[in-house]
Write a protein that binds this ligand. Structure first.
Ligand code: ATP
Length: 231
């Protein structure tokens, strides 16, 4: 479904990604882990059209999308939950969710289903997003992405700045999203969470793939060695 082949990415003269080969299959959940500066966010930006890359270096459903406009990428079915959630702070929760429908994709996700998935958002639906707790903001950001009826949901660092119990709560929504036929790609700092929640994982190091394999089949040592550049 999503394929990157020999993907390179640059910030001006600075090269951040070096020949990344990467895939997410239909219905699959995949994690990217890696230390600060490994290139995880740059990879996501390359997929979501936030930085220019070679058109054929990223393909979705067989179509080249590298460097395409972010709006067109959402319209094709890729939804991103950005690091830091980036909600509209003064709009209500419900208005933020409705903003996710601007891509005009059709499907079964709507306000009712998002509220079923995250009941606390229903209670807060008329409150400004800025009054939500960090965990509720993360739920709202995921809900907004689901409102675009994506085929692939990308989440950048769900756990960032949240208490473990809240993170667990949010992650407990993932299986039903996947069961709905949506593929999921997460960037996750926590190796245990990445292993537990996904089918396959990639470890990035210095802009390259240092390790890739089935999450359950890789040992924690293999992963942490790749993470810290010891393998
Ligand atoms: P983190 O976990 O800290 O978010 P990351 O794995 O997501 O790290 P990236 O943010 O993709 O890493 O950064 C990869 C490399 O690109 C780093 O060396 C970083 O300093 C550099 N970089 C990232 N954003 C920019 C930018 N806007 N301009 C120049 N260099 C950048």
């Amino acid at each position: 479904m999503l394929n990157a082949q020999n993907l390179e990415a640059f910030y001006g003269d600075f090269q951040a990604l070096f020949g990344i080969d990467f895939s997410v299959q239909e219905g699959e959940s995949v994690a990217i882990i890696g230390a600060n500066g490994a290139g995880k966010s740059t990879f996501l930006k390359s997929v979501c059209g936030q930085i220019k890359v070679q058109p054929h270096a990223v393909q979705f459903g067989g179509q080249p999308i590298g460097g395409a406009h972010p709006y067109d990428i959402v319209a094709m079915g890729i939804a991103m939950v950005p690091e830091g959630r980036r909600l509209f702070p003064s709009l209500t929760v419900e208005e933020n969710l409705i903003a996710g429908t601007l891509s005009k994709r059709t499907g079964s996700w709507n306000l009712r289903r998002v509220y079923e998935l995250f009941p606390s958002l229903h209670e807060k639906r008329n409150n400004p997003a800025m009054t939500l707790s960090g965990g509720q903001q993360q739920m709202a950001a995921i809900g907004r992405a689901l409102m675009s009826n994506p085929r692939l949901l990308i989440c950048d660092e769900i756990s960032l700045g949240l208490a473990p119990v809240i993170v667990k709560d949010i992650y407990s929504a993932l299986p039903s999203i996947i069961a709905d036929g949506i593929s999921v790609l997460i960037v996750e700092q926590d190796i245990d969470t990445a292993k537990r929640m996904t089918d396959r994982l990639y470890c990035f190091m210095h802009g390259k793939v240092a390790l890739c394999g089935p999450s359950a089949g890789l040992s924690k040592k293999q992963i942490s060695d790749a993470y810290f550049g010891l393998s």
